[in-house]
Design a protein around this ligand. Structure first.
Ligand code: AMP
Length: 542
């Protein structure tokens, strides 16, 4: 039988539409940026589109062609966002480099990507110099600043404002295949070299539609969104696209992410919504508690990238009136894949039960498929108890890595997330652990996340991390590392007594080590890899 195609317009799903829509229909909605010195600058979607078009002109004048990689190395700000759209909208590929990685890694990544042009924050001039030296494909360096703020460097470079100044902003946007590459973001793999996730226009477009849903980020024209998630972390969780698409006011906080700086910005700009990793929220909470301050406008936050402890969720909701929605995903999943917004059934249950659900990673976004399998690849039931490897499939999920032939999909097209989880009968997924972080004791699994979540409920504990250490009889045993809350002293016996009775006896950590600071990795999550290195020579108490 002949196929019958629909008679609807084949208009390409490309991301230029988001900023075009924002500029045309929400043109005077503000975009607020804060520099490192605290200076606030303001533009709006109309202004940002003009700047982004000038960037496109300047890129074309520099010989950048569709498919070429253009790198950015900087914090969240309007120039960075103009560079973002200026690049993607002419079919070039925006490669967001993470400045918090080690310089060797950044150079390796930029060389692997074959970046031709770099737009860098002036405070990162030393890193830029390193890239100029070590990345053979790099031809042009632009600093994201005005001419008077140019850093002193020994290589040819130009200030962003000067670079775009002479251009009228007339470059043509869009008009290409929606499957073309749009963005490139490397994940810092735990073993081997970092891997490049290459988003397409289509995947980012579809991801934005998912992110905008009420049970996801739910951004509307009436919201003011503070983008705490760095632009270099997995598409900025989609907010760079969702905000102009919805016409939300956007606040870009720059480099300062401490509790006080974020609080000031939230209050000054009337922020209603934000998204970030748990450690950022923990910092903000400590600031609120220390100063006795409260929020006057913030009403909803998405916390993801790592598991927010239930105590953190309760504190935001109960003490500060801010609804918490947890999100789970990874660079390879664009990233949002599950969210913990309550279902009607959950809302009908007790508040404790609602918190228990919020502390789970949540339910799947429309258009995606899950599979839960044991080590032999057999499907496991969705009973909330069977724990296995989590596989995922869909139009916003990676099908491979850039310049890497290793197959990553199984025969049915599923991608292995590397996370170990359960899924319950209501569809709530809960991560037990990253496969590599799980503590394997006597052949059984101990969830580091669960112990950390409980420990963080102790008032003297700011951050908690569980790692496995070698044990002659049990292979591995968990130890708990604790960073005390400011002005508090945590005590081993006291922390253990706090955990006692809340977890199985054999899950109890064999030691509690109080440390000055738990190291955070390049995206603000607890760096377990580094912790394992630091505790490599550690011996359990007799
Ligand atoms: P990345 O690609 O760097 O964002 O890291 C993705 C990984 O972070 C996932 O595979 C999970 O292990 C972890 N992750 C992300 N969101 C959550 C969450 N809500 N709870 C627990 N782990 C998470």
């Amino acid at each position: 039988m002949p196929e019958l195609f629909g008679l609807m317009q084949d208009s390409a799903l490309t991301v230029d539409r988001f900023l075009n829509h924002g500029a045309t229909w929400h043109g005077d909605r503000e975009i607020v940026s804060r520099d490192a010195d605290g200076t606030i600058t303001r533009t709006d979607y109309r202004g940002l589109r003009h700047t982004a078009r000038q960037v496109s002109d300047a890129l074309l004048a520099a010989g950048i062609e569709p498919g070429d990689r253009v790198a950015t190395l900087g914090w969240n700000g309007a120039r960075h966002m103009a560079a973002w759209y200026g690049t993607t909208n002419i079919g070039a590929v925006l490669h967001t480099l993470n400045p918090r990685l080690f310089p060797d890694q950044i150079a390796w990544i930029a060389a692997h990507a074959g970046d031709r042009l770099l737009l860098a924050d002036p405070a990162l001039a030393a890193l830029a110099a390193r890239l100029v030296r070590d990345v053979p494909t790099l031809e042009t360096v632009v600093f994201l600043c005005a001419p008077e703020d140019m850093p002193a460097v020994e290589f040819p470079a130009i200030a962003f404002d000067e670079w775009i100044a002479a251009h009228p902003g007339t470059a043509t946007w869009g008009g290409f295949d929606e499957r073309l590459a749009c963005g490139l973001c490397y994940t810092s793999g735990t073993t081997g070299n970092p891997k490049g996730v290459l988003y397409s226009h289509r995947s980012n477009y579809l991801h934005t539609m998912m992110a905008l849903q009420a049970d996801a980020m739910g951004l509307t024209q009436r919201e003011t969104a503070l983008l705490v998630v760095p632009m270099y972390h997995a598409n900025a969780w989609g907010v760079v696209y969702a905000a102009p698409a919805a016409g939300a006011k956007l606040v870009l906080p720059g480099v300062r992410m401490d509790g006080e700086s974020l609080y000031e910005l939230i209050e000054q700009e009337g922020v209603t919504f934000s998204a970030a990793v748990p450690t950022v929220w923990q910092g903000l909470l400590q600031y609120l508690r220390g100063t006795g301050r409260a929020f006057s406008t913030l009403h909803r936050v998405v916390i993801g990238g790592a598991a927010p402890p239930p105590a953190l969720i309760r504190a935001f909701q109960d003490d500060y009136g801010v609804e918490v929605v947890q999100g789970w995903g990874m660079t390879e999943t664009s990233p949002l894949a599950t969210l913990s917004s309550p279902t009607a059934d959950v809302l009908a249950q007790s508040y404790d039960e609602q918190i228990r659900r919020k502390a789970m990673q949540g339910r799947l976004q429309v258009g995606l498929d899950f599979r839960l399998v044991d080590d032999a690849g057999n499907a496991l039931p969705y009973d909330g108890a069977s724990s296995g490897r989590l596989l995922i499939r869909g139009a916003t999920i990676a099908s491979g890595y850039y310049r890497d032939d290793t197959p990553v999909l199984d025969a049915d097209g599923f991608f292995d997330t590397g996370d170990v989880s359960t899924i319950d009968a209501e569809g709530y997924m809960q991560i037990t652990d990253r496969a590599k972080d799980i503590v394997k004791s006597g052949g059984e699994w101990i969830s580091s996340i669960e112990i950390e979540n409980l420990a963080t409920g102790h008032p003297a504990v700011a951050l908690a991390a569980v790692i496995g250490v070698p044990h002659p009889k049990w292979d591995e045993r968990p130890i708990l590392l604790v960073q005390p809350a400011p002005g508090q002293t945590a005590d081993k016996a006291d922390v253990l007594a706090f955990l006692d009775g809340k977890i199985a006896r054999w899950w109890m950590p064999d030691d509690v080590v109080i440390v000055d600071a738990i190291p955070l990795g390049a995206t603000g999550k607890i760096d377990k890899k580094l912790l394992r290195q630091q505790f490599a020579g550690y011996r359990l108490p007799e």
